[in-house]
Design a protein around this ligand. Structure first.
Ligand code: T4K
Length: 381
């Protein structure tokens, strides 16, 4: 049976939007306040919601995740070398660079694509000061093993949890592992505030420092205590964040349904590897739908599948290809091992569309295409 292209583009993700009338009611409040940014009342209320949500006072909001991470590293006073992953979005390593910290790329493990603790330990040198691990796709890192390594080697443990809002391990939010955790609230994330970022942290003393750093270093009208920057979240972002938070249970439930449907529809396609089931102790947010394409078994390469799907109006993404150490600006970065696992995964990975509002029949159609494309390619060759 021939499958027709989708009439409208199907993107890898779409932002969840609250009801427009709900949002305009919130806008009215901002209009009445005539207060648009710089720690306004909506931001204050939203911060309190997040304190309740994470069950910690140690939270600080920013205008995006990248600046949150940059300021987090600066506030912690990290310098020297930091062990990190090459299989992530560029912002993770950029945040190190903006702090003049040397990244050291270490390989990932093949099931969940997070840093391999054994390889982390092997890469520690006298200059290592911290580990910056990424809960990539919302898959929790090996948090117990990494905490053990950090403790034994006296390293700061930092998590980039850009993808992991709503994720938990052993009944606790992922925010409670490590010394500092950054969440991105970008529109492409399951949970968002248009753009936004959040730090959660262990040491309550950091809060004041982060507040200074995101507001030019101002202590009061006449005192600047450090050279800060401008990384404040505004009232419109806070309003969106507050509203989307209320919908989080339905967002996760809808994504879970889509994710499971993909798994059902693709389970017997040769050469397509589905995500490894997460351990029972993990509460997941279904942030991404990553598959691995084994060209030998599937019949065509990941890149060919990616291109052909575009002809059907399906815009998948190769998150995260190329590896960071293959980008021109990071080619000279020290690499502790051949990064064999990361290299293989980056060549095979494809993230499929997943978002609230993607219908199960669209998922079936996308899976039908994935099933049919290699055969079509052969018969037209
Ligand atoms: N660390 C990690 C591990 C990260 O993944 C990220 C960001 C960060 C740190 C930094 O956090 P932020 O500073 O961004 O808060 C996107 C996002 O811009 C980026 O936030 C995200 N990671 C990264 C993985 O993905 P692009 O360049 O791939 O996005 P773009 O614009 O191509 O959007 C993807 C698709 O989403 C579009 O094809 C259509 C759809 N879309 C997008 C937007 C913005 C919409 O439908 N509506 C929209 O408003 O980077």
């Amino acid at each position: 049976m021939t499958i027709k292209p989708f009439e409208k583009p199907i993107y890898v993700t779409r932002p969840f939007l609250p009801d427009l009338s709900e949002f305009t009611a919130g806008l009215r409040e901002i209009w009445e306040n005539q207060w648009l940014t710089n720690n306004g009342p909506v931001l204050e209320r939203y911060t309190r919601r997040l304190i309740e949500y994470f069950d910690t006072e140690n939270v600080c909001l920013f205008n995006n995740g990248t600046l949150a991470l940059q300021i987090g590293l600066q506030g912690l006073g990290i310098s020297g070398e930091v062990i990190t992953t090459p299989f992530t979005f560029v912002a993770t390593t950029h945040a190190l660079y903006w702090n003049k910290i040397r990244p050291v790329f270490v390989d990932i493990e093949p099931d969940f694509y997070t840093l391999d603790p054994k390889k982390v330990e092997a890469a520690i040198t006298p200059w290592t000061t911290a580990i910056l691990a990424v809960h990539v796709y919302g898959h929790p890192c090996k948090v117990i093993a990494l905490a053990d390594i950090a403790r034994r080697h006296n390293l700061t443990l930092i998590y980039d949890a850009a993808h992991a809002f709503g994720v938990g391990v052993n009944g606790r939010s992922i925010a409670h592992f490590g010394d500092l955790t950054m969440f991105s609230f970008h529109a492409t994330k399951p949970y968002h505030s248009i753009e936004g970022g959040l730090l959660t942290f262990r040491d309550p003393g950091l809060k004041q420092k982060f507040d200074y750093l995101k507001n030019f270093g101002f202590k009061n009208e006449v005192e600047v205590v450090m050279p800060g920057t401008n990384a404040k979240m505004n009232e419109f972002q806070a309003l969106m964040g507050e509203m989307v938070l209320r919908h989080m249970p339905e967002i996760v439930s809808s994504r879970r349904q889509i994710y499971r449907h993909y798994c059902d529809c693709l389970k017997d396609v040769p050469g397509i590897r589905l995500p490894t089931p997460l351990p029972n102790e993990v509460v997941y947010n279904y942030a991404y739908m990553p598959i691995e394409v084994n060209a030998g078994e599937y019949g065509i390469s990941r890149d060919d599948l990616y291109q052909v799907l575009k002809q059907y109006n399906v815009y998948t993404r190769r998150y995260f290809y190329p590896l960071l150490n293959d980008f021109a600006c990071y080619r000279s970065v020290s690499v502790s091992d051949p990064l064999t696992v990361a290299r293989g995964v980056a060549e095979r990975i494809l993230t499929l569309p997943i978002y609230c509002g993607l219908s199960l029949s669209d998922v079936e159609k996308i899976c039908g295409l994935i099933r049919q494309i290699p055969g079509q390619r052969k018969s037209s060759a």
